[in-house]
Design a protein around this ligand. Structure first.
Ligand SMILES: Cc1ncc(COP(=O)(O)O)c(C=O)c1O
Length: 448
């Protein structure tokens, strides 16, 4: 029975706790005793991998498993609780969190509710510091450069509305940037009179230099800021952020990076993007429960941002000056170490390779089907899990509807400038058999 807040420690702290307090085999199972029998979509919470098993999986990931379907099938059974009555290929919205993460989340909810302010005003302060330290190590940055937010939109609003933009200052955007960020800049256009300049990103750029040139040519003496979306949510296209940032920053231009989709999907380090300001999501590819994002501000640059939420007490260089949000859903934050552990077990390079493989598996076939147009670049470094397509002569809403009704494949429509496309996003639990069903659906519809 769980008696004190410390009995709920999860993630990296769990290891210490395990050796101190637990002697039986399955640490995760033991920790779940307080919730034993709680049904989770028809399954018991105890039905999750043991700590020792996680280490075995970690070892297994040291080999290249990219195309080993039997391996991934076992992985799915072990780590995910996925309904079998439809095929979810819409994992771009947010990530299904794996079983150990889910269990940690439930325990954290229970812990906060049971120990309430006694935990929040005492141990949580220490726990939060530990969470940030380890998240910073994972992201190759300093803990004082990170702030947990509720999502990427909040992180990016803190940046966009925080910059000291004046009437007449020019901001460069691209039509495929995320609409919420465009709308925030449009609000500032009306409110303070900044000028917005939109560039047109080619669907399939020849190379990085073509994209770089588009941004460098758009710059004028009034350009003060450029928003770069690392991975376009409509097509999955990856933009060469570092090359663009390296070219523009010496000209005194502020670079804001929207890495909502790329963080923990592709292998890069926050502190190595060449940008001082980055917003990411933790509830997409990092696999944390919904309601977590993160802000990165390079050391020394916090003082250059005006807080979006009033704060007059903290020092000008303290990143928490930008995060005066009020009371937060702390169980979500407390679950970050479990999500991080899962990512470290799989490793981001292995995840990136598998996700890219799944994408190429269906796009390479689909592009051979008459009337099917893939709207995602195929070059290795230009895309990963996400890809989109359309079928000439058929509306995207009909494709999405029929794929679901006839083939039980769930996808989503996205507005790609003046055209609607169907976005397909597999996650680690998807397998090539499901993509074969997608391909069967696409080829059937393309013949209509
Ligand atoms: C590129 C991009 N930026 C920002 C966001 C916003 O993420 P959230 O709604 O979690 O704040 C999304 C969401 O899909 C996105 O795709």
């Amino acid at each position: 029975m769980i008696k004190s807040p410390r009995d709920y420690r999860t993630g990296s702290q769990q290891k210490k706790f395990d050796t101190m307090k637990l002697s039986r085999r399955n640490a995760f199972k033991k920790i779940s005793l307080g919730l034993a029998g709680v049904p989770l979509f028809g399954k018991s919470l105890n039905d999750i991998p043991a700590k020792e098993d996680l280490l075995k999986w970690q070892e297994a990931f040291s080999k290249d498993r990219t195309t080993d379907e039997a391996y991934w099938e076992k992985f799915r059974g072990e780590f995910y609780d996925i309904p079998s009555d439809f095929i979810n290929l819409e994992n771009g919205y947010f990530g299904v969190h794996p079983k150990p993460v889910h269990q940690s989340y439930l325990l954290n909810i229970e812990k906060v509710n049971r120990f309430s302010s006694q935990y929040m005003r005492t141990d949580y302060v220490h726990d939060y510091r530990e969470i940030m330290k380890s998240l910073a190590a994972f992201s190759s940055v300093h803990p004082e450069e990170l702030l947990i937010t509720r999502n990427a939109t909040e992180a990016l609003n803190i940046l966009i509305q925080g910059l000291d933009l004046q009437k007449g200052d020019e901001v460069i955007l691209n039509r495929q940037d995320y609409h919420s960020m465009i709308e925030t800049f449009e609000m500032l256009e009306k409110r303070i009179g900044i000028q917005l300049k939109f560039i047109r990103l080619p669907l399939v750029p020849k190379n990085d230099e073509e994209v770089l040139e588009l941004y460098t040519e758009a710059v004028s003496p009034s350009t003060k800021c450029v928003l770069l979306t690392h991975m376009i949510h409509l097509t999955g296209q990856i933009i060469p952020v570092k090359k663009i940032a390296d070219a523009l920053r010496p000209r005194g231009i502020e670079i804001i990076v929207d890495a909502a989709h790329s963080f923990a999907q592709v292998d890069f380090k926050l502190g190595e993007m060449g940008a001082d300001f980055v917003g990411v999501n933790l509830h997409k590819w990092f696999s944390n429960p919904l309601g977590a994002g993160m802000l990165y501000v390079k050391k020394g640059r916090v003082r250059d941002l005006k807080p979006l939420f009033g704060d007059s007490n903290r020092p000008k260089d303290n990143i928490h000056r930008l995060g005066h949000f009020g009371t937060l859903a702390t169980p979500i934050i407390m679950t970050i170490p479990s999500a991080q552990e899962f990512n470290q077990m799989v490793t981001i390079p292995a995840k990136e390779k598998r996700l890219r493989y799944l994408q190429k598996y269906w796009t390479a076939e689909a592009m051979r089907i008459p009337k099917v147009v893939i709207t995602t670049p195929t070059a290795e470094a230009q895309s990963c899990a996400i890809a989109s397509f359309y079928i000439e002569g058929m509306e995207a809403k009909d494709i999405v509807h029929r794929l679901y009704e006839q083939f039980k494949v769930f996808t989503v429509i996205r507005q790609l400038e003046d055209r609607q496309v169907v976005r397909v996003t597999p996650n680690l639990y998807n397998h090539t058999g499901e993509l074969d069903t997608l391909l069967e659906g696409i080829s059937t519809l393309a013949k209509l």
